[in-house]
Write a protein that binds this ligand. Sequence first.
Ligand SMILES: C[S@@+](CC[C@H](N)C(=O)[O-])C[C@H]1O[C@@H](n2cnc3c(N)ncnc32)[C@H](O)[C@@H]1O
Length: 282
Amino acid sequence: MTAVPDPEAPEGVDLERPNAARIYDWFLGGNANWAIDREFGERAVKTFPMVKNIARVGREFLGRGVQYLARNGIDQFLDLGSGVPTVGNVHEIAASVNPHARCVYVDNEPVAVAHSQILLEREGVADRHAVIQGDLRHPAEIWPRALDTGVLDPKRPIGLIMVGVLYFLGPDEPTAEIVQKYLSLLPSGSYFLSSHLTGEGVLAPDGESRDRIKEQYKESSTPFHLRTRAEFSEFFAGLELVEPGLVWLPQWHPEEFESKATARMAEDPSFAGSIGALGRKP
Ligand SMILES: C[S@@+](CC[C@H](N)C(=O)[O-])C[C@H]1O[C@@H](n2cnc3c(N)ncnc32)[C@H](O)[C@@H]1O
């Protein structure tokens, strides 16, 4: 499919290839996507009808994690790979518990950033919410930029979030090192919330469809890479895991927040194909 230049698209957006942020937005029922993303999404659903539900399960895990953190006194969040704003944005969930909560969003996709900017201009409060465009691979650049927004106080605990994003970093990238770099910058009492796609231990009898989706993502600007539990747990080195530890997403505090898609996976949580955890920096 040939992409037609779109005057509505933010500067720098790649409309030649589908992109994870916009495909994910389409899976979740949003409208920040283009024909090339929708065509990709429709093919993915045909191959693997479960894919939309899996996206919702990921989003619900994010919601439960943020709610848990806000209830436990975390009132500032750095959300890396935050995506296109949709139902249950971090600042909104945090605000539902603590109206003074603060949040900085970071994404490297111009559409996600432009939509976040519009939303924050409409609903946000400038000294409590900000969005920046950047690549989380570069903590030495992202961290000072996040602090420059004036939204976060680096002396107080921060909820660092990397949900549904680290699998876009390939096998040859120093992903654990990148995560550990961010963690080293956070004060004691901070938390790290993350999730990751895995092929390990998935009981669902649809392995072939899952493999085909992975192949299909190679056509996009954002191919993904599965990791094992052991590889994912390296990201949490030095942290105390909050109960129930590292689990399938539907198993992580399902009681915390209304999670309809998650409830549908109660019988076999491995259908989510994604694991998650929350760690606390001692
Ligand atoms: C699947 S979406 C997840 C969005 C959100 N975190 C959630 O859980 O609902 C992944 C997001 O990560 C962003 N992303 C991928 N690689 C990134 C990188 N290297 N730096 C910053 N953002 C990235 C994509 O643009 C996309 O918006």
